[in-house]
Design a protein around this ligand. Structure first.
Ligand code: SF4
Length: 208
């Protein structure tokens, strides 16, 4: 690891000693639903919506039987509600019918589910199935570039760079800490380098 990477790892662990995923869930299925809903939506809003959604349909079987219009009306406030409702119902249907009600545990199977891309599959692998994955969202991509850990807007390239730079045992906690730091300190505009607990101390900042 480079000195900057070590400093970033250590500083993030000091700022965020407790790692909990903010999306409320009680099973791999409920986390999958919450992650699908989280696209372009705040975690708080997702949690409000899932408390209603999971009361109506707590598992794949009941979710697949819920009318599409009912799902749409419950998740309406999350944005992109039509495509998200189709993804939720479609996932529930496949998981209930082909996987005996259990969320599949491989990248290949997860990425075939409706509405599930590589980032969502990575979250599931890292969070539920104890696998090694580094989900890269917009915050992580921005931070990796600003910290000089990657030089690309392509999330696949950023993911590969970060995986090479940090030991795989760190990937899970580091990705959650980077998202939290990105939300708290590192907006696209108006960041304050003199107030920043990382950029003011590392050598390779690439501020833009
Ligand atoms: S100084 Fe700006 S770019 Fe660097 S981490 Fe802080 S907020 Fe982000």
């Amino acid at each position: 690891m480079t000195d900057d990477a070590k400093f970033i790892l250590r500083t993030l662990a000091e700022i965020y000693p407790n790692i909990t995923i903010p999306l409320h869930h009680t099973s791999s299925f409920s986390l999958l639903m919450a992650v699908i809903l989280s696209a372009q939506c705040t975690d708080e809003q997702v949690n409000r919506v899932t408390s209603i959604l999971f009361s109506a349909a707590p598992d794949p079987q009941t979710m697949k039987d819920l009318p599409l219009e009912k799902i749409e009306s419950i998740i309406h406030s999350c944005g992109l509600f039509r495509s998200k409702a189709r993804a939720i119902k479609g996932c529930a249907q496949i998981i209930a019918d082909y996987y005996d009600g259990k969320v599949p545990e491989t990248f290949e199977e997860l990425e075939k589910l409706p509405g599930v891309g590589h980032k969502t599959a990575s979250v599931m692998i890292a969070q539920c199935f104890n696998g090694y994955a580094f989900p890269v969202d917009t915050h992580i991509r921005r931070l990796a570039n600003r910290w000089g850990l990657a030089h690309s807007q392509n999330v696949v390239i950023v993911e590969n760079n970060l995986k090479k730079l940090f030991p795989k045992e760190e990937w899970h906690d580091l990705h959650i800490r980077m998202i939290r730091f990105g939300r708290e300190y590192c907006p696209a505009k108006n960041h304050r380098i003199d107030h920043c607990p990382i950029c003011q101390f590392i050598s390779k900042t690439c501020i833009n």
